[in-house]
Design a protein around this ligand. Structure first.
Ligand code: KIV
Length: 271
C-alpha cells in the first residue's frame, strides 16, 4: 500500500514510478463487494481471468468470455476510486491478429473505464503488445506460467526451473518490455529468473509464486481468504478462514429458520 493517503485513482505512470521506491501491492477482485473492501489497501486491482476458476468453478481460464471480463471489470471500476484497475484479456480475444487485439482491448477500456489490460505474452505476442501500446493501450505482460497455455504446458507447473527454460522466460520478458509493456507479471517463475528479470528491467515486476525478488506481489483474494477451494497453489499464504465465518453465520440463519425463529433483525412489515 502507498504510504501517503491517496485521494485519486492510481495511474499507470504512478505505478511504474513505484519501481525501486516502494513495493507494489495488488489483489484480484471480480465483484463490487471485494473491490470496495480492497480499494484502499492495494495499488492496483487485477480483474483476472482466474474469475473463470474462482468465480465460476470452471477447470481452467480458457472459457472466460470477453463479455464476462467486461461485466466484472465494470463492477470493479464502478465500486472503486483509488486503485488502478487492470483487466485480464481472455483467451482467444487477442491472439488472432493485431487488429483483433486492438478491437477487443479498446472495447474493454472504453466500456469499463479500467486503466490497462494484461496479456499473457510470450515472444510471439510482442508485436501485438507494440501495436496496442502505440495506439494508447497500456499493457502489462504476463510471462512464466501462463494459465492460457495450460494445454501446452500439460498443467499448471512452475516455469524456468532449468537454465534453458529460464532463458526463454527472460527473453519473453525482454522483448515484451522492448515492445512497450509498462510492467511484467511473473507467475510461477524460479527465484533466480525472477530476480534477474527484475534487476534487468526498468519497469516493475509483479510476482505470484515468483519469489520475493519481484517489485510487487499479487494474490488471488479468495485464496488468501481461505475461499480458494481445493486447488490452492502451494505458495499461497492463507491469512484468514473466511469460509469458516460464512459457514457459521449461514448455519445460524438456517438453524433459526428451521426452529421457527424469525431470521430478521426487526419485523419491519405489517406494523
Ligand atoms: O487471472 C489472474 O487472477 C491472474 C493472477 C493469477 C495473477 O492472472
Amino acid at each position: 500500500m502507498s504510504l501517503h493517503i491517496r485521494t485519486q485513482r492510481m495511474t499507470v505512470p504512478e505505478l511504474v514510478a513505484m519501481k525501486g521506491q516502494q513495493k507494489i501491492v495488488s489483489l484480484t477482485a471480480y465483484t463490487s463487494a471485494i473491490a470496495k473492501l480492497i480499494d484502499p489497501l492495494v495499488d492496483f486491482i487485477l480483474v483476472g481471468d482466474s474469475t473463470a476458476m474462482v468465480g465460476y468453478g470452471r477447470a481452467s481460464t480458457l472459457s472466460m468470455q470477453l463479455e464476462e471480463i467486461i461485466g466484472h471489470t465494470r463492477a470493479v471500476v464502478d465500486s472503486t476510486r483509488l486503485a488502478c484497475v487492470i483487466a485480464d484479456m481472455p483467451f482467444g480475444s487477442y491472439q488472432e491478429s493485431h487488429e483483433q487485439a486492438f478491437r477487443n482491448c479498446a472495447q474493454v477500456l472504453a466500456r469499463t473505464g479500467c486503466d490497462a489490460v494484461k496479456l499473457e505474452a510470450n515472444q510471439a505476442l510482442a508485436g501485438t503488445v507494440a501495436f496496442l501500446v502505440a495506439r494508447g493501450i497500456p499493457v502489462m505482460a504476463h510471462v512464466g506460467l501462463m494459465p492460457q497455455f495450460v494445454n501446452v504446458m500439460g498443467g499448471f507447473k512452475a516455469q524456468g526451473l532449468t537454465a534453458q527454460t529460464g532463458a526463454v522466460i527472460a527473453e519473453d520478458a525482454r522483448v515484451n518490455l522492448e515492445a512497450g509493456a509498462f510492467s511484467l507479471l511473473l507467475e510461477g517463475v524460479a527465484e533466480g529468473v525472477a530476480r534477474q528479470i527484475t534487476h534487468d528491467s526498468d519497469k516493475p515486476t509483479i510476482g505470484i509464486g515468483a519469489s520475493p525478488a519481484c517489485d510487487g506481489q499479487v494474490l488471488v483474494t479468495e485464496d488468501l481468504l481461505g475461499l480458494g477451494g481445493e486447488r490452492l497453489p502451494r505458495f499461497v499464504k492463507q491469512y484468514a478462514d473466511v469460509g469458516a465465518v460464512i459457514r457459521e453465520a449461514c448455519g445460524q440463519f438456517a438453524d433459526d429458520v428451521r426452529h421457527g425463529r424469525f431470521p430478521e433483525a426487526r419485523h419491519c412489515y405489517g406494523l
